[in-house]
Design a protein around this ligand. Structure first.
Ligand code: UDP
Ligand code: MG
Length: 323
């Protein structure tokens, strides 16, 4: 695409959250840098910065990042005071980004950086948010594939607007980035926040690779809490479900009353144990379940009301002003 001229070419920020990624840091740095340099050469972009956010790693990640920042001015580093999680780390990087457009990318090279080119072209066509969508899931284990499918199905059922098979690989325009900063929620589910902005989505398909090195930071436990986060942050449907179920229970109970009167009149009412005890357990269970759901939302509200900072920056390197 050497036809892209200097006038339309924009500056690009690439944001990479890193948590215990010492094994991949240099690889992702090398691959990205040569790719972005080639973009500059063919004037696809005017300039770039790569923002690495160290999310409180306990390995040598931060040390390696510092080395990179010393040798390359375009490599900027944000060091958080501890482990805040993937979404807060991403938020820290996006907030600090100075480019006219920004791409977020995982450190492990599962999202091949080469797809950024198509994302930029899509953006130049006029899309404010371009979502990276994975082509297939053949790399995944059966379990991951199954749970992922279930996750998207369930989210749709709950009325949460998500882009199917899109993780956190996306390009955002400066306009969307500025608007993003107005989303103040402490409970961060970026995959829900961006579609919530309603910009017409641009889609770029890419083949998701295997993790380059190291292991996943999303074990099943974290995956589950991520899903709960997504639902309770973007849908009130579970709360409404309590009303719907309660209503049907009420109607059924009403029917039962009429039936009881009817059998009483007929004179053949049977003194029943089951008819008393079974509903007792059932409704007890339903009530407990919904108290649980309710607590989930109350907990969310609790966190939002306190509105604690989403992340805390300890140090930053190569930024014009200290963050
Ligand atoms: N990550 C992070 N903080 C965390 C967990 C993960 O910054 O607490 C980063 C991690 O370094 C990676 C990205 O988030 O760049 C996605 O994590 P991972 O690749 O382990 O997740 P998976 O691809 O297995 O879902
Ligand atoms: Mg990964």
């Amino acid at each position: 695409m050497s036809t892209m001229n200097q006038k339309t070419a924009k500056t690009l920020s690439v944001v990479i959250p890193c948590y215990n990624e010492e094994l991949v840091i240099w690889e992702v740095y090398g691959r990205l840098t040569s790719l972005l340099d080639s973009f500059m050469q063919k004037e696809l972009i005017k300039d770039y910065e790569i923002i690495y956010v160290d999310d409180g790693s306990s390995d040598a990640t931060l040390r390696e990042l510092k080395l990179i920042s010393e040798k390359d001015r375009k490599a900027k580093v944000i060091s958080l005071s501890g482990n805040f999680g993937h979404q807060p780390a991403l938020t820290a990087g996006l907030t600090a980004a100075t480019g006219e457009m920004a791409v977020s990318l995982d450190a492990d090279l599962q999202d091949p950086p080469e797809a950024i080119e198509e994302m930029i072209l899509k953006h130049y066509e006029g899309f404010d948010i371009v979502y990276g969508v994975r082509k297939s899931r053949e790399e995944d284990t059966f379990f991951k594939r199954f749970t992922a499918r279930f996750f998207y199905m369930f989210m749709r059922l709950m009325g949460v607007n998500l882009i199917y098979d899109h993780a956190d690989y996306r390009l955002i325009s400066r306009l969307a980035l500025n608007e993003f900063k107005r989303y103040k929620e402490v409970n961060r589910f970026l995959r829900g926040i961006f579609p919530n902005m309603r910009f017409t989505p641009g889609i770029v398909h890419y083949k998701r690779e295997k993790r380059f090195a190291g292991e996943t930071k999303y074990p099943l436990r974290k995956m589950l809490s991520f899903a709960v986060e997504g639902i309770t942050s973007f849908s009130n449907f579970p709360l409404r479900l309590a009303f719907i179920l309660g209503f049907f229970n009420f109607v059924a109970a009403l029917g039962l009353v009429f039936w009881t009167i009817f059998t009483k009149i007929q004179g053949n009412a049977i003194p029943g144990w089951a008819s008393i005890v079974l509903p007792l357990y059932m409704f007890g269970g339903i009530q407990l379940m919904f108290i649980g759901i309710l607590s989930e939302y109350v907990g969310k509200i609790y966190l939002e009301v306190k509105s604690r900072p989403v992340y805390i920056i300890k140090e930053s390197f190569n930024f014009d002003k200290p963050l």
